[in-house]
Design a protein. Structure first.
Length: 99
């Protein structure tokens, strides 16, 4: 899985597998997943099992999220960073490119 650590609290990546979620939870202290996929509900059972909070900001492919959705995601990232709540993983469906 290609991921990019943005800072100490945020990782950006593509749609993760359940194994990758478990690894991120263990290795990176994953606590919040921001899911931008309109068509993918996330791994709700796994998130509940691991105590991970998912924030769904359903956005259609190749479109820009609404300002309201952007603000919700940013608020979650700020809260996690300020309160040392662990890592936030932001993903959409596709691959993450480094350029």
């Amino acid at each position: 899985m290609t991921t990019f650590r943005i800072d100490e609290a945020v990782i950006l990546g593509a749609l993760p597998t359940p194994l990758q979620i478990k690894e991120l939870h263990q290795d990176e202290k994953l606590q919040i997943v921001i899911n931008l996929c309109a068509e993918f509900p996330g791994y709700v059972g796994l998130y509940n099992e691991l105590g991970i909070r998912q924030i769904r900001l359903e956005t259609a492919d190749f479109t820009v999220p609404s300002l309201e959705k952007i603000e919700m995601g940013v608020d979650a990232m700020i809260d996690a960073a300020e309160n040392k709540k662990g890592t936030v993983y932001i993903h959409c469906k596709g691959k993450v490119h480094s350029n």
